[in-house]
Design a protein around this ligand. Structure first.
Ligand SMILES: Nc1nc2c(ncn2[C@@H]2O[C@H](COP(=O)(O)OP(=O)(O)O)[C@@H](O)[C@H]2O)c(=O)[nH]1
Ligand SMILES: [Mg+2]
Length: 369
C-alpha cells in the first residue's frame, strides 16, 4: 500500500495531482483544509490536503549509476522529485509558521526576545491597528527569523512585514473618457478630494476634465463643487437621475477624465447606497475610490466596507490623515478590503493637501504617527 499526501490551493488541483501520480484507482483516505488561522492567512494562501492510497505491487525504482550523466534520474518512478521537493518545502514552511504561532502563544519566552512579545504587540496596537493585525506582524517577525534580541532588528522586521502587506497605487488611464467615482459616508471629504483631483488632472497634468455630481440632496453640496469647477475653470453637470447622468456622459465624450461626486451615504442605509448603484447600470466607472476618514473607528470601518465594496470599489482614499496620529487602522482597512490605497488627503486646502499613497510613507505614518 502506498500512502501519500497531496497539497494544493484547491480540492480540484489536489485531486488532479492524485490522479496524475496514483491513477484513477487511488483511494481517497482523507481530505482536509489546512487552515491557516486568522493571522497566518495574511501571508499565505489556504491549502487543501488530500491523503490518498494505492494498493499495488512495489515498483522497483531504478536509480542510475551516474546521476550527472542522466537527465531523468528516476525514469521508472511514479513520483515526481520536483513536486516532492515542493511538498517538502511546503511542510518546512508550515512547520516554521506553526513554530511562530507557538512562540506567539508563549509570549516569545524561548526566542530570547529583549522584551516580551506582548510589549511589542502593545506598541503595535497603540497605533490603532487590531490585535489580529499586530499578531500577524509578530508572527511574520518570528517566521522570518528576525533577531528578537536586537531592538534594531525588530524595528527593521516590523517595517518589512508592513511593506509586505501594504498595497498602493492607481492604474494607468487607458481609455478616454476615463470615469472616476468617489463614494463614502457623509462628511469624509469626498467633494473636497474631488476638487483636489480635478485641479491635479487639469492644472498639473493638463487633461480635459469634466465634473458630474449626483449628490443633489443638498443645494450646498452642488454649490461647493460648482465653486471648485469655476476656480479650476472646468465644466460641471448636475445629474438628478441615471438618465441625466447618461446624458452628461454623452456631452463629455471628448473629456480625458470625468470625475463623479456622490452623496454622502450612511453605511447603515443600504437603500441609499443602492441608489448609487442605479447610476452604474449603463457604464461602470474605471476607478471607484471609497473615501474613509482617518478617525473612523475600527468597528465602523468594517461596516463601511461591507456597505460600499459591493458597488465595485477599486481603491481606498484615506482622508483627514491630519486629524489623528494613529494610523494603524489603515492596515486593517487594507486587509479587510484587499484594495490598494490610492491617495492620502491630509488637510482642507485645495489642491495642496492630497498626496499619492506610497508604501514607505504609509509605513512611516503607521509607526511614527
Ligand atoms: N482636516 C481635514 N479636513 C478635510 C479634509 N478633507 C475634507 N475636509 C473637510 O471636511 C469637511 C467635509 O468635506 P466634504 O468634502 O464636504 O465631505 P463630503 O460630504 O464627503 O463631500 C469640510 O469642512 C472639508 O474642508 C482633510 O483631508 N483634512
Ligand atoms: Mg460632498
Amino acid at each position: 500500500m502506498q500512502v501519500k499526501k497531496y497539497r494544493a490551493a484547491t480540492m480540484a488541483a489536489a485531486m488532479e495531482m492524485v490522479k496524475k501520480e496514483l491513477g484513477t484507482e487511488a483511494l481517497i483516505i482523507e481530505t482536509r483544509e489546512v487552515k491557516k488561522k486568522g493571522i497566518a492567512r495574511w501571508f499565505s494562501a489556504p491549502i487543501v490536503e488530500v491523503t490518498a492510497a494505492l494498493e499495488e505491487e512495489t515498483k522497483e525504482i531504478i536509480k542510475p549509476q551516474n546521476v550527472a550523466a542522466s537527465k531523468d534520474p528516476y525514469p521508472s518512478s511514479t513520483s515526481n522529485p520536483v513536486s516532492e521537493i515542493a511538498l517538502l518545502k511546503e511542510m518546512i514552511d508550515d512547520l516554521r509558521k506553526e513554530t511562530a504561532l507557538q512562540s506567539l502563544k508563549n509570549d516569545g519566552k524561548e526566542t530570547g526576545s529583549i522584551e516580551p512579545l506582548s510589549t511589542i504587540r502593545s506598541k503595535l496596537t497603540n497605533t490603532g491597528m487590531s490585535v489580529e493585525a499586530a499578531d500577524s506582524i509578530l508572527m511574520e517577525l518570528i517566521y522570518q527569523g528576525v533577531d528578537l534580541r536586537s531592538a534594531q532588528s525588530i524595528d527593521v522586521g516590523i517595517r518589512q512585514a508592513l511593506k509586505k502587506v501594504i498595497k498602493v497605487g492607481v492604474p494607468k488611464q487607458n481609455k478616454k473618457p476615463y470615469i472616476i467615482f468617489l463614494v463614502g459616508t457623509t462628511g469624509v471629504g469626498k467633494t473636497t478630494t474631488l476638487g483636489k483631483l480635478a485641479a491635479k488632472y487639469h492644472l498639473v497634468n493638463n487633461l480635459k476634465v469634466g465634473l458630474i455630481t449626483i449628490d443633489t440632496y443638498r443645494i450646498a453640496a452642488v454649490e461647493q463643487l460648482k465653486t471648485y469647477a469655476e476656480i479650476i475653470n472646468i465644466p460641471i453637470e448636475v445629474a438628478f437621475s441615471p438618465e441625466d447622468y447618461a446624458k452628461s456622459l454623452k456631452r463629455y465624450v471628448d473629456m480625458d477624465i470625468i470625475l463623479v461626486d456622490t452623496a454622502g451615504r450612511s453605511q447603515n442605509n443600504l437603500i441609499q447606497v443602492g441608489e448609487i448603484h442605479d447610476f452604474l447600470a449603463d457604464e461602470k466607472p474605471d476607478e471607484m475610490h471609497l473615501v474613509i476618514n482617518a478617525t473612523t473607528k475600527l468597528e465602523d470601518c468594517s461596516s463601511i466596507l461591507a456597505a460600499f465594496l459591493p458597488l465595485g470599489v477599486t481603491h481606498i482614499i484615506y482622508s483627514k490623515a491630519d486629524e489623528t496620529l494613529s494610523h494603524g487602522t489603515l492596515l486593517d482597512i487594507m486587509q479587510m478590503s484587499n484594495l490598494p490605497i490610492s491617495y492620502i488627503a491630509n488637510g482642507q486646502r485645495v489642491p495642496e493637501d492630497l498626496v499619492l499613497a506610497e508604501v514607505d510613507n504609509i509605513v512611516e505614518m503607521i509607526l511614527e504617527g
